[in-house]
Design a protein around this ligand. Structure first.
Ligand code: ZN
Length: 184
């Protein structure tokens, strides 16, 4: 295994039209591309990590409680992966090359086994897709940079509810984190 695909917060709450914290159509437009990448990575014996926020309602110890409306609540449909991507996740849930992790912070690396699992497999390159570009993708990219990973961000695989933030984050990945941004 040489690389890993990390699918970040591509859940109904962040993507579906009626999601609690949705990025809407720009996020929905990523679905086939992300689902295809999951298939490709599994087919090529590479690693796939699905990282989704896990919240409980009104958690007094969670900083996001004050910052965002409730989302990705435990056992809710909002936390399930969206659309075709959700189908692909379901299909490979028991596959040895797919790992699902809950996360409690924006970064998929914070408080999770992600770094340990990548190191165990000798993986040095991470592909980041999902939502939103300027929050959870950004924080995950910063963590990956600080841990010494090569970062790839396909523009066709990320979206935000903030177009200015989205563009800024793409240029930050390239210019500051040394990421390879695959332009559409
Ligand atoms: Zn959250």
């Amino acid at each position: 295994m040489e690389k890993a695909l990390i699918v970040i917060d591509y859940s109904n709450d962040f993507v579906a039209t009626d999601g609690a914290l949705t990025a809407g159509e720009p996020a929905q437009a990523l679905d086939s591309y992300i689902a295809g990448l999951i298939e490709d990575f599994i087919d090529q014996d590479e690693y796939v990590i699905i990282a989704d926020d896990l919240h409980v309602l009104n958690d007094p110890y969670h900083p996001e409680t004050e910052l965002f409306p409730p989302h990705n609540l435990k056992d809710s449909d909002g936390r399930h992966s969206y659309g075709e991507t959700g189908q692909a996740v379901k299909k490979y849930l028991d596959h040895k090359n797919l790992y699902f992790t809950d996360k409690r912070r924006y970064s998929a690396f914070t408080g999770t086994e992600v770094d340990l699992r990548l190191r165990e497999r000798g993986i040095k390159e991470v592909w980041l897709v999902g939502v939103v570009t300027d929050i959870c993708i950004l924080h995950t990219a910063v963590s990956a940079y600080n841990l010494g990973y090569q970062i790839v961000v396909p523009e066709a695989g990320v979206a935000s509810f903030n177009e200015v933030g989205h563009e800024w984050a793409l240029s930050h990945f390239e210019g500051t984190l040394g990421a390879k941004v695959i332009r559409k």
